[in-house]
Design a protein around this ligand. Structure first.
Ligand code: AMP
Length: 497
């Protein structure tokens, strides 16, 4: 992670305010490198994958240089798919949240021309388009690029793979000669290099170094999961993993707090750790973790820097790290003091390309993490319930409780099984999920190769399908410790958010 702050990078004040509102703590490495170059108006060649924070790396500096009083199209971003176009447009909207007058418009195939024409007529300072549709509008004269200040080619290698490279070149040739240009690509195949040489004169090249380092004594696992199922996956991991203490990494300060609240609601002893937390509080949190008053910490990379708590048996990467350095640092929070540790990485389909990079950097392949089947999970929950129940058979209140229940049973002509059943139903009503009554549903797991269908981009032919309008700005108590599984609390519904 970079030690620089966003404020030091020279971004426009309203852009900075928006960044701080989304809760980004520090610039990711690609941002720290690219932002100063783009702010100077220079051309840039960025070797960066999805997940490195590349969208903000170009959106923040370009927004800082925009003339918000003019409705002319000043920035054009080309993306391979409509999903990515929508996502990038949403990012621009977020970062321009403090602008008084701001319009971004995604344009892509599959959507009717008419609403796009209307929106284009109204004017949008930023256009995010797929190559085919962008070219259509240029040819019809409905998109004018004469006042364009900057153009970005995002995921250039994907555009090449999808056969858009000629369209891309035609579009670049239509942009003003003095227009700033940047190209981002995960790989740099020869045709992309050629485009860069031809159209990005004197481009500065930035890339994320991937230092190779072996991660010893740490077993590394990966769990492919749909983005919207990450919370369910984490809940199950914490349910089945026999952890002592765990650290869970997320990307933003806001997420440390939000996720800590969700985990606390599931009965875990958990604290957030982020850069907003003052030194005294931070020391207290670390001390609580060391002493076992807390078992889970939800942290950002910055906040976890140098954290050394031998009790940490598990590192869970809830959000993927920005670069291999950050990954190595994260997993290094376990396996301390000669112990062994386990690291589990949650990867959504769109982040899958990260895997290979990480494996290369750490010199070791990651094993597939196996979540238990619903049947196995149910069996485990029943066993744990039983062991928790048995934990109360020596409770000092047992004598009085039995006398009370016996009396009720006799007067109402019930047997004790009926009384126990009624009590259990009561417990379940008071705390839904406390009893393992229903078999849990299987967690849908993305299958390798099917990544293009559900997640944000990479849908071949995506340009031709679908509609999407443009944007306008506008603790439970614990019984006896469970027989196995980590700090399992009485269960709440997995699906609860
Ligand atoms: P990207 O690589 O552009 O697809 O970004 C990946 C994710 O990282 C997005 O969800 C961004 O909101 C998030 N992100 C980008 N920059 C930062 C940052 N400096 N701090 C925290 N999260 C970030």
């Amino acid at each position: 992670m970079s030690t620089q702050s966003f404020a030091e990078l020279g971004l426009d004040a309203s852009v900075l305010a928006a960044v701080s509102a989304v809760g980004y703590e520090t610039p990711s490495p690609i941002q720290a490198q690219a932002i100063p170059i783009l702010l100077k108006g220079e051309n840039l060649l960025g070797v960066a994958q999805t997940g490195t924070g590349k969208t903000a790396a170009f959106a923040l500096p370009l927004l800082s240089r925009i003339d918000a009083s003019s409705n002319d199209t000043q920035i054009l971003v080309l993306t391979p798919t409509r999903e990515l176009a929508i996502q990038v447009a949403e990012a621009f909207n977020t970062y321009a949240n403090h602008f008084k007058n701001f319009n971004v418009l995604p344009i892509y195939g599959g959507q009717d021309f008419y609403p796009q024409l209307k929106a284009l007529k109204r004017g949008a300072q930023v256009i995010v388009g797929t190559p085919g549709r962008t070219l259509d509008h240029l040819r019809r004269g409905t998109l004018k690029l004469n006042n364009l200040k900057a153009m970005i080619l995002d995921e250039a290698d994907e555009m090449l793979r999808m056969g858009f490279i000629d369209d891309v070149e035609t579009i670049i040739a239509e942009t003003p000669a003095d227009c700033q240009r940047a190209l981002f690509s995960a790989t740099m195949p020869a045709p992309i290099r050629k485009v860069a040489q031809k159209y990005l004169s004197n481009a500065q090249e930035v890339k994320i170094e991937s230092a190779t380092r072996t991660v010893e004594r740490i077993e590394q696992f990966v769990l492919p999961v749909y983005a919207e199922r990450k919370l369910d996956a984490l809940t199950r991991i914490l349910e089945v993993e026999p952890f002592d203490a765990a650290i869970i990494f997320v990307r933003t300060k806001a997420e440390t707090v939000a996720l800590a609240e969700k985990m606390a609601a599931r009965g875990h002893a958990v604290s957030p750790l982020n850069g907003d937390i003052n030194q005294r509080q931070r020391e207290q949190t670390v001390e609580d973790l060391k002493r076992g008053k807390k078992d889970i910490i939800i942290a950002t990379d910055v906040a976890a820097r140098g954290l050394d708590v031998p009790r940490i048996t598990h590192v869970i990467n809830y959000d993927v790290p920005y670069d291999t350095e950050a990954y190595i640092h994260r997993v290094g929070r376990t396996g301390r003091a000669g112990r062994t540790g386990k690291a589990i990485l949650l990867v959504t389909p769109r982040e899958r390309s990260w895997l290979k990079t990480l494996e290369r950097a750490t010199n070791s392949p990651m094993k597939d993490y196996q979540l238990p089947s619903p049947v196995a999970l149910q069996k485990m929950r029943e066993e744990q319930f039983e062991s928790q129940l048995l934990g109360f058979t020596e409770d000092r209140r047992l004598g009085k409780a039995i006398a009370l229940l016996d009396d009720i049973a006799q007067r109402n002509e019930m047997d004790m099984a009926m009384v126990a059943g009624a009590l259990a139903a009561w417990m379940e009503t008071a705390q839904p999920g406390a009893l393992p009554l229903e078999q849990p549903a299987a967690l849908p797991v993305p299958v390798p190769g099917a990544r293009r269908s559900r997640d944000r981009h990479h849908r071949p032919g995506g340009e031709r399908r679908g509609h999407r309008p443009g944007f306008k700005k506008g603790g439970a108590s614990r019984g006896k410790p469970p027989a196995r599984g980590g700090k399992r609390p009485p269960r709440q519904s997995d699906a609860k958010r």
